[in-house]
Design a protein. Structure first.
Length: 260
């Protein structure tokens, strides 16, 4: 694809407090690997949180990861790029979409932008072009999260970074060990910070975020309860059901007025 490496690029991700997450989809595994490894994502404030060569599988994985942005190919077997985006949007994922394709036929491009696609990049990808896209994309994503960027959460900058990370990845498995390795803190220190600033534990904090997200998703009756469970990080539907009822005092179905 001829993506050129960059040197001397100024780092911009740190100015926003945390990186924006991006998921890559392309049915060509070699192109997918090149997109992941040669585009300067971190230098532009982005973190690749997943890649997938099977567009059918990509839909479910994206719904689980809930990335800020999705970069996908157009022509793929079974599910093309526009269909992929349609399915993801129907699942309630609020992401921005960038199409990377060797095809520029009017109909496909028009459909993409009708689905509020962010940008359409032709292959072979040029780093200068893609960095302009990433710069504009980062500005739009930052504008969508003004509260997180505008005010510090606590008077501890390092803990603020950790909290922002947890807030972006709460649907994934997060442990004290994971956070300790990522931020250079001991498990006891992290526990102490959660107790000091939020009077709670990491697990209870995560549960609160997941339950808040679940309640919002349940407002959309087109999404099955078991799908809501998966989208909030629960692989076991019955465990999700129990946690939700314990948290809110009613079950997910009762919240919807469906009874048991």
């Amino acid at each position: 694809m001829g993506i050129r490496g960059q040197t001397g690029k100024k780092e911009t991700g740190g100015t926003r407090g945390s990186m924006f997450s991006v998921f890559l989809v392309d049915d060509d595994a070699l192109i997918l690997e090149e997109l992941e490894n040669t585009i300067p994502w971190p230098e532009n404030g982005f973190e690749v949180v997943g890649t997938e060569a099977d567009p059918e599988r990509a839909v479910g994985r994206i719904c689980e990861r809930r990335p800020d942005a999705v970069f996908c190919d157009l022509k793929m077997p079974g599910v093309d790029g526009n269909e992929l985006i349609r399915r993801i949007k129907e699942s309630g994922i609020d992401a921005e979409y960038v199409m990377i394709s060797a095809y520029d036929d009017y109909g496909s491009v028009r459909t993409f932008f009708q689905q509020t696609g962010f940008d359409y990049v032709l292959k072979p990808v040029n780093n200068d072009d893609i960095e302009l896209v990433l710069e504009r994309l980062a500005e739009k994503l930052a504008a969508k999260k003004p509260s997180a960027a505008a005010e510090p959460l606590t008077d501890n900058p390092g803990f603020n970074q950790l909290i922002l990370y947890v807030g972006e990845h709460f649907t994934e498995k997060i442990s004290l060990n994971d956070l300790g390795e990522r931020f250079g803190y001991s498990k006891n220190y992290i526990c102490g910070l959660f107790q000091k600033y939020f009077n709670t534990s990491l697990n209870l904090y995560l549960t609160g975020l997941r339950m808040e997200q679940a309640k919002k998703l349940l407002e959309d009756r087109t999404i099955l309860v078991k799908e809501v469970a998966a989208m909030c990080g629960y692989s076991d539907y019955y465990h999700f059901f129990k946690v939700f009822k314990n948290h809110y005092g009613i079950s997910p179905k009762e919240l919807r007025g469906e009874g048991e």
